[in-house]
Design a protein around this ligand. Structure first.
Ligand code: UGA
Length: 444
């Protein structure tokens, strides 16, 4: 099937390559010329496991093309909207201007298709109500002969697992309008996702609003779980309890489950923080702000984690961070990605640097992004070199290589063996036995 994908970020680029791997004929479009040139040359513009192989084979097959020319969407039967919806600069709400620009750009190219309605599939995370607005817009401005029909199909991919999550998601949600073409649009998307559906992946049909809410509700739940365990860590800190044991014990209750209960520096990235804020903003617009006031607390608990690390390190140096040599292990917002958007680790590093500390930061793959955004930080690729002369070390992104670091070897590199384990992943006894002063979140 001829498919267009609008937006070539983590979501769009991976989606386009995944659709080509299923045998579809895909054209992917973005306004960023540099990004498109890289993708067209087979160079992934970001780190994502399995994506380079998929990109290469898609390009080699001739079924995957990248361009900045929107007229290339002409003749596609399905158009996927995969652009970003970041937080507005001046508020909590989501900026949907990229979604609107994509719709505006494709409308003149939506033309009658012999096989049925032309389907526009929304995958971006949007405020509830957006889908209906777009369907009304298509009804008004698109060629009536094309029967342009919107279907909301939220994306649940995790960075670092983008390819797996795209090809074999936990569930597929179709948000449909109540119209005869909507059913035909659903059948068209069934053809696109035939392989996943054959494999038995559950597909849920809802109305537009429910499908939009499913996505933000899921991310809000995940954020709440993380902040819940971080609040427990605060209690553990004042009572001498151990939050890692507490999480293990409550997680064994099947109703609670062990995932997303790792206490530490909290959540970051391009999704969870901005999604809970956009959700609160939208609830306010709809007159239901009280329903989501708890998310304010979720956000506040999360921000407190970042403040806490800065305070703990500051107190360690008697309130004087100026000139202190601090090494930060990890810059990405989580392991398995080079994405530093709203990275807790990077925020802590820049705040310490702003307070006068001499910060060295290391990360297996995210340092290029750090250098572009924060040239004031000393980005050091080699871990031993990053540790040289440190008066304090803070592990803030739990990359496997940091988790299995040898404390005795690390001890030889630093000038003062103090480690703050911001992700509770080191074994305190081992580090203490090697001469370190160890501190974690909510651990005695
Ligand atoms: C998240 C969701 O997990 C995806 O399902 C969703 O599709 C995506 O947002 C999106 O909206 O597009 P992602 O941003 O890739 O995916 O990151 P997560 O794996 O959810 O991690 C988010 C943050 O939570 C990270 O900073 C991580 O370090 C932190 N985290 C996670 C914890 O602090 N503790 C935990 O126990 C788990």
């Amino acid at each position: 099937m001829k498919i267009s994908v609008l937006g070539c970020g983590y979501l769009g680029a991976v989606h386009a390559a995944a659709m080509a791997s299923l045998g579809h004929d895909v054209v992917a479009i973005d306004i960023d010329e540099e990004r498109i040139a890289k993708l067209a040359a087979g160079e992934p513009p970001f780190f994502e496991p399995d994506f380079p192989e998929l990109l290469e084979s898609g390009l080699a097959s001739g079924r995957l093309k990248f361009t900045t020319d929107f007229s290339a969407v002409h003749g596609a039967r399905v158009h996927f909207i995969c652009v970003g919806t970041p937080q507005l600069d001046d508020g909590y709400a989501a900026d949907v201007s990229q979604v609107d620009a994509a719709i505006e750009a494709i409308i003149p190219h939506i033309t009658k298709h012999v096989d049925g309605p032309v389907v526009v599939v929304g995958k971006s995370t949007v405020p509830v109500g957006t889908a209906q607005r777009i369907q009304d817009w298509l009804d008004r401005d698109a060629d009536p002969a094309a029967n342009a029909t919107l279907l909301w199909n939220p994306e649940f991919l995790r960075e670092g697992f983008g390819v797996v999550d795209t090809l074999t998601p936990d569930r597929i949600v179709y948000g449909l309008a109540d119209s005869p073409q909507a059913e035909a649009a659903g059948e068209t998307l069934d053809e696109v996702y035939a392989e996943a559906l054959r494999a038995g992946i559950p597909r849920l049909i809802t109305d537009f609003a429910t499908s939009e809410l499913v996505k933000v509700a899921a991310n809000s739940f995940l954020a709440t779980k993380i902040s819940f365990i971080n609040a427990m860590a605060e209690l553990c800190d004042v009572s001498g309890a151990d939050v890692t044991k507490l999480a293990e014990a409550i997680g064994l209750d099947e109703r609670i489950g062990p995932k997303f209960l790792r206490a530490g520096l909290g959540f970051g990235g391009g999704c969870l923080p901005k999604d809970i804020r956009a959700f609160m903003a939208r609830a306010g617009e709809l007159g239901a702000d009280q329903a989501l006031t708890f998310l304010r607390e979720v956000d506040a608990i999360n921000s407190r984690r970042r403040d806490a690390v800065v305070q703990i390190l500051s107190r360690k140096f008697g309130g004087q961070l100026s000139g202190r040599r601090i090494t930060i292990l990890g810059a990405a917002f989580k392991p398995g990605t080079d994405d530093v958007r709203d990275s807790p680790a990077l925020e802590v590093a820049t705040r310490l640097s702003g307070l006068g500390a001499r910060v060295k930061i290391t990360d297996p793959i995210a340092l290029d992004n750090v250098r572009i955004l924060h040239p004031e930080l000393q980005a050091v690729q080699d871990v031993d070199e990053a540790l040289q002369g440190a008066e304090a070390v803070a592990l803030l992104t739990e990359w496997p290589e940091y988790k299995k670091m040898d404390p005795a070897h690390a001890r030889e590199q630093v000038s003062n063996p103090y480690v703050f384990d911001g992700r509770n992943v080191l074994a305190p006894q081992q580090w203490r036995a090697a001469g370190w002063t160890y501190r974690g979140f909510g651990r005695p």
